[in-house]
Design a protein around this ligand. Structure first.
Ligand code: SF4
Length: 54
């Protein structure tokens, strides 16, 4: 059985600490985007943050 989860956190790749939404499946990160619920960034992240998937 696949367990999918959406978690809200902040990016730790630099000192800006952008708000992020992380999608996981069975505990493994599948996708990272900026928090789509916050105005101003509308789900966007820089390339470094978006590529932060381990
Ligand atoms: S998304 Fe980019 S600018 Fe924002 S904290 Fe992460 S690395 Fe820094």
């Amino acid at each position: 059985m696949s367990v999918k989860k959406s978690t809200f956190s902040v990016c730790g790749m630099c000192t800006v600490r952008c708000p992020i939404q992380v999608e996981t499946e069975n505990g493994a990160i599948q996708f990272i985007q900026g928090n789509p619920h916050l105005g101003g960034i509308n789900g966007a992240l820089c390339a470094r943050g978006a590529a932060a998937k381990p």
